[in-house]
Design a protein around this ligand. Sequence first.
Ligand SMILES: Cc1cc2nc3c(=O)[nH]c(=O)nc-3n(C[C@H](O)[C@H](O)[C@H](O)COP(=O)(O)OP(=O)(O)OC[C@H]3O[C@@H](n4cnc5c(N)ncnc54)[C@H](O)[C@@H]3O)c2cc1C
Length: 580
Amino acid sequence: MSVYNDERVPEDAMHPGPEGHISGMGVLPTALKQALVQPEQLRKTPPCNAGCAGGGDVRGWISLVAQRRKLGLSDASACTQAWNVITEVNPFPATLGRICPHPCEDGCNRGDKDGAVSINALERFLGDWALQRGLKLAVAERGNCSESVGVIGAGPAGLSFAYQMARRGYRVTIYEKQERPGGMLYFGIPEYRLPGTVLAAEIERILALGVELRLNTAIGRDVTVQQLRDMHQVVFIGIGAGAGLKLGIPGEDGAGVWTGTEFLSQLNRGSKLELGANVVVVGGGNTAMDAARAARRTGARVSMLYRRTRIEMPAIETEIDDALEEGVDIAYLTAPVAILREGGIVRSVRVQRMELGEADRSGRRKPVPVIGSEQDIPASAVIAAVSQEPDWEGLGELRDGKIWIHAGSNGALGDGVWAGGDALGLGIAGLAISQGRKAAEAVHAKLRGLPTQSISDGTGAADEPTPKPEYYAAIPRSSSPYRDVSSRLANPDLEVQQTINARAFFEEVSRCFSCGSCFGCEQCYMYCNGGGFSKLQEVAPGRYFSLSLDTCESCGKCVELCPCGYLSARPGLRSNEART
Ligand SMILES: Cc1cc2nc3c(=O)[nH]c(=O)nc-3n(C[C@H](O)[C@H](O)[C@H](O)COP(=O)(O)OP(=O)(O)OC[C@H]3O[C@@H](n4cnc5c(N)ncnc54)[C@H](O)[C@@H]3O)c2cc1C
């Protein structure tokens, strides 16, 4: 029975399109008739899995829903199982479904047909769906894991580490210096992108596994590093990089100037900041973009200064578009040289034009000042969101003298200490979550004497399955609905993007090509003259047919026709010799 009686998509829509082959009488290329090709069933890494910063099995969870009819699953159990696959590696689907820049979509083979699958919107739907139903995180198989684990920082890295350890039965305590958990997800990202209630509910589920959270407790101030080490066999450093860097220009010190993280954290705490009519934001990353959009919501005119061009801007593309739509003015190739005050009050920013010179170590072209191009622009407040670094106050004993932590593989620092997240270098939430998980899995393997498994982190290459887009029906991409600009500015805290509805969700999953994994289309079964393919009694995503080569005529039809690229030609058996 459907859980969405009114919105259910009638059929599993992973069906052949107008160009699809729907009978056993397909027309085969002559070359194939003559080729000597034996098939093998080879599951390949799809581009979405390869691109996922969190190492998630994107195809795996989408397949559970897309193939639910073939798998005999109700809509509800398909969604639950899909959510379980996600939360195996990422306990924050409702959160990441809202804020992840979704590199998983970049390589989607559907992209050139009618738009990449909206993976992020699907994840968000499942995340919200699970929160509405109060689904609990699954515990892992537990051994006698009695060791005590101390985590510094309740950001996504620390929470992910804590989750993976707690679900394996370890005793976990998180020490968080702020009054709330969530790190930059709470104190950095504004409410209109990620409601605090959504984040809090996903954190609550982790704590429900028995994780102890000590708020307002700074390691290095309230608890010393030595005390921490005495209490716990394992320590995880997830302190993030919350210290905003200053601009280093005259006039910066004093009222009316904030770093991006200072500004956003005060705003997210509900402080009323006196910004005045003209806010100048310096920077081009996510923090700058959030600061600019949040400042715009106070009614101020907002000008962003970025010293390179849009192409080099590190902020998430859609964030830049949204900021522009909301009326943020972006001055590219412009840098501040001084903040000018009258009687201590910020009045203007002196800016200088830049031009792009040679590429620097990051590969981006270096901005070079244009002499004599200075001018003053009006400013009542300045937000410097140029970069951040970890705050090491009180943590000297854990530091090797460098600003960023240089950890070994899986975050190992030696002597029972591990690390992950932004403290290793500024990244995104999905990466922090994956680093927390990798460290936890490595710690567990070490403590239990298990072999360390290789864990995907989204940097691996896809095996390049070559799906055949023409097989699949054209279905336009659905993406999260957007609130219009006037409504956004009138309701500063309202979420800009909304969750897709159930109909759109089920239609969107059906757009997945299932690249490199069988989805039971039956093409091979229908076309095989030798009867080499047999239907399996017990099916699973990627497992619908067995293959026997005993009767294979080596015609290669199955390989040629397999729409998702799951069937491959056996190496060494392909021959150009004509068959007689
Ligand atoms: C404004 C902004 C917008 C962003 N937007 C996005 C986005 O849209 N999408 C995305 O994927 N990523 C985004 N990011 C990046 C993302 O938030 C970070 O990559 C992620 O939060 C890093 O996680 P973390 O756990 O390493 O660190 P944090 O999230 O910084 O958490 C670290 C935690 O450690 C605590 N802590 C620090 N020192 C101590 C101590 N001595 N004792 C106890 N506790 C301590 C801190 O209070 C904090 O709670 C954004 C970042 C910012 C700043």
